[in-house]
Ligand binder design. Structure first.
Ligand code: NI
Length: 277
């Protein structure tokens, strides 16, 4: 018995490494997510700042609500079981007509999570399509081994280290994953994926939510995560608190602590102490 994914969709995820589109909310609900983000950005006068694009759900109640969204968790439970931690969130915002892109990569490269039972729910705040640089994937690539990656730190690359796969990727096999605002895709941590720049006149906004079963371990640092469904019988991660109010002192402290650990894991072997802007 599955909760919301058809058994064929679960089978497709395990075979191909991804499934899409899965509806989370309607256009009005997606507009409300975007309005919440942009209300904050209007207040500060700048796009969401670098470090706050990561683990954003520890800072804002609207983002916390989203990582607890029952439709997202139902789909995730269908893929990884009922005891679920939210490990992190990452905003992928491509401004209108901007050069930002995501090189071909596997998420597993620097995360330190073991085993590779990790699913990303990529939630579309705006439509995502070929024109504005929706995600593209190589079907079945999650079943090959970890591929070697090269750090480029390219200024327009949205990834933490500008990492890209160091061997040829057969892009003739790539599948685009267009989404309407309010829909999500789900992909496996080892799936090869990337995306092109936004050539449209509007922003393209997506929030990638990374979920793991409580049995997964972090091999690089003592890490933290938020239990969002079920029970944690393992204790591999220190628990993270939900924000009581947007950007209150408790939320800011919890976020700083959690991001500090994550930066240590993701930038291990470099001199970086915070996420790139
Ligand atoms: Ni990725």
């Amino acid at each position: 018995m599955t909760r919301i994914l058809e058994p064929a969709a679960v089978a497709a995820y395990h075979r191909d490494g991804f499934v899409f589109p899965v509806k989370v909310g309607d256009a009005a609900e997606a507009r409300a997510w975007r309005d919440a983000l942009e209300a904050h950005e209007r207040k500060t006068g700048t796009p969401l700042q670098g470090n706050w694009r990561h683990k954003t759900h520890l800072l804002f109640t609207w983002a916390d609500m989203l990582v607890h969204h029952p439709r997202i968790l139902d789909a995730v439970e269908d893929l990884i079981g009922p005891d679920i931690l939210c490990w992190t969130t990452n905003f992928f915002i491509k401004e209108a007509a901007s050069p930002g892109f995501v090189s071909w990569h596997q998420d597993s490269t620097y995360w330190g999570l073991d085993p590779d039972d990790v699913v990303t729910a990529w939630v579309a705040f705006t439509d995502a399509n070929r024109e504005n640089g929706c995600m593209e994937v190589i079907p079945g690539s999650h079943r090959v081994d970890q591929l070697p990656h090269l750090d480029t730190f390219h200024k327009d690359n949205l990834l933490s280290r500008g990492q890209e796969i160091a061997v040829p990727v057969d892009t003739s096999k790539a599948v685009a994953m267009p989404l309407a605002a309010g829909e999500m895709s789900l992909h496996h941590i080892k799936l090869v994926h990337g995306s092109a720049p936004n050539r449209s006149a509007d922003r393209r906004i997506g929030l990638a939510i990374r979920y793991i079963p409580t049995s997964v371990r972090q091999l690089k640092v003592r890490d933290s995560a938020m239990l969002v469904r079920g029970t944690d019988r393992h204790g591999h991660f220190d628990p993270e608190p939900r924000p009581a109010a947007d950007l209150d002192a408790g939320a800011l402290a919890a976020h700083a602590d959690a991001v500090g650990r994550q930066v240590k894991a993701l930038y291990q072997g470099t001199a970086k102490t915070e996420f790139r802007a």
